[in-house]
Ligand binder design. Structure first.
Ligand code: IFM
Length: 448
């Protein structure tokens, strides 16, 4: 049996996001977010579910941190609900909101768990959406002001910060009509992308100017996108999707430019930077966070939206699709890590999310024997190790997710957790994968 040993100090962790676990949607002065607004409308989310209670983490936070400690986690990635700190998104600060995250950092500190904070995991304050949200250029400044408040109060204890989580998904909320705020206008979507990038640059600059002890980056969803065939039409289609999902973020952040070929393709829909914007966006980055889940095959489809493409899940031989239909192809992760190494200067990288939903069937005690999830995680840890051996500067791996939670438009059905949440009782029951992960962490290695 081959023992894949990870570098000393490798950060093994787990991730969550505020809206997906906290609940307490309107408690202690919290304001309304665009996800509160969306989920409270009929026929938006499966079965009309909301995250009003979710995993009730807001009230159970100390026990949840103890659970993390028992599992041996070295790091915990969570996001701040902007509306807890600034109920209207700007202006008046809500001290109780800040206190919550302050206490969370203290608990993590006592448990010796590194804190990895995301500022924007999609839950924009509704009051800012009423002013146009990310479509309003001023949102970049509102975000930077919010970030400064968070840095000032929490910056002494947080090791890692990310500005945005999967900002492409945020932008899709303005172009595809599904995720909050559920608008459908392609030009607006690309304007939003530019404003998110500007916001990122401003917040990174503020962090570095503040001289805080931690590091700041961004968490991008970088899935493996491959042409469905060797035809030129499919290869070009895949190229457009790659530029749209990878280069559209990586190029401005690392190089200060937008991908030229994509800009030409988008024509009037393309982002319109003002003078100085690209320099503002291209700030020195301390690390890149990578969220990776699946591989998609891309083909040319004249009816396929602005990019004229069609995407289909691809699974490597012997791997099926996940419970949410995603294609499993572990070597796709190696490929993505090596792409960032080779094309973007090999910055320190963290897998900020990776994991799988599975058909979890609890026994009479609520215990889940989730061998499917273990197989997924093991193969992806090995794929990450392959990339490290090939020189990728990978520093840690945060599994999505610590516990089952509210999976956005799909509600509570998909279960991504290492820990089962029995929602009626809010009982947390570590699954077999959590116990397996505990061992991986303690050995800092994975058996192949
Ligand atoms: O649950 C989400 C998370 O909020 C963002 N990344 C993908 C996860 C699984 O879909």
């Amino acid at each position: 049996m081959l023992d894949r040993r990870f570098p000393d100090g490798f950060v093994w962790g787990a991730s969550t996001a505020a809206y997906q676990i906290e609940g307490a949607w309107n408690e202690d002065g919290k304001g309304e977010s665009i996800w509160d607004r969306l989920t409270h409308q009929p026929y938006r989310v499966v079965d009309g579910q909301t995250a009003d209670v979710a995993c009730d983490h807001y009230h159970r936070m100390p026990e949840d941190v103890q659970l993390m400690a028992r599992l041996g986690l070295k790091g915990y990635r969570f996001s701040i609900a902007w509306t807890r700190i600034l109920p209207e998104g700007r202006g008046r600060v809500n001290p109780k909101g800040l206190d919550f995250y302050d206490r969370l950092l203290d608990e993590l500190g006592k448990a010796g768990i590194l804190a990895n904070i995301t500022l924007n995991h999609w839950d924009l304050p509704q009051a800012l959406q009423d002013l146009g949200g990310w479509n309003n250029r001023d949102c970049a400044d509102w975000f930077a002001d919010y970030a400064r408040i968070a840095f000032e109060r929490l910056g002494d204890r947080a090791a890692l910060w990310a500005t945005h989580n999967e900002p492409g998904v945020v932008a899709s909320g303005y172009s595809s009509g599904m995720m909050a705020p559920a608008l459908a206008d392609a030009t607006q979507g690309y304007r939003v992308i530019h404003h998110l990038l500007l916001a990122h640059g401003k917040a990174v600059q503020a962090y570095h100017q503040g001289g805080y002890p931690g590091k700041i980056g961004i968490a991008l969803d970088l899935q493996n996108l491959i042409p469905a065939s060797d035809s030129e039409a499919d290869r070009m289609a895949a190229q457009r999707e790659i530029e749209n999902h990878h280069n559209l973020w990586l190029d401005p952040i690392f190089r200060g430019t937008y991908p030229q070929h994509l800009l030409e393709w988008l024509g009037p829909h393309a982002p319109q930077p003002r003078s100085g914007d690209m320099e503002q966006i291209r700030q020195p980055l301390d690390f890149l966070g990578i969220n990776h889940y699946f591989t998609d095959k891309i083909s040319f489809n004249p009816g396929g939206g602005l990019l004229r493409t069609h995407s289909e899940a691809y699974s490597a031989p012997l791997w099926g699709r996940t419970e949410v239909g995603w294609g499993v192809n572990p070597s796709g992760l190696t490929k993505i890590l090596l792409k960032v190494k080779d094309e973007y200067g090999n910055p320190p990288m963290y897998i900020t999310e990776s994991g799988t939903a599975a058909l979890d069937v609890p026994d009479a005690n609520g215990f889940v024997t989730d061998r499917e999830r273990i197989a997924y995680l093991r193969s992806h840890f090995i794929a990450a190790h392959d990339a490290i051996e090939a020189g990728a500067n990978l520093k840690g791996y945060f599994v999505w997710s610590l516990m089952d939670n509210f999976e956005w438009l799909a509600g509570y059905r998909p279960r991504f957790g290492l820990v089962r949440v029995d929602y009626p009782t809010q009982k947390r029951i570590p699954k077999l994968s959590a116990l397996w992960y505990q061992e991986v962490i303690s050995r800092n290695s994975v058996y192949e």
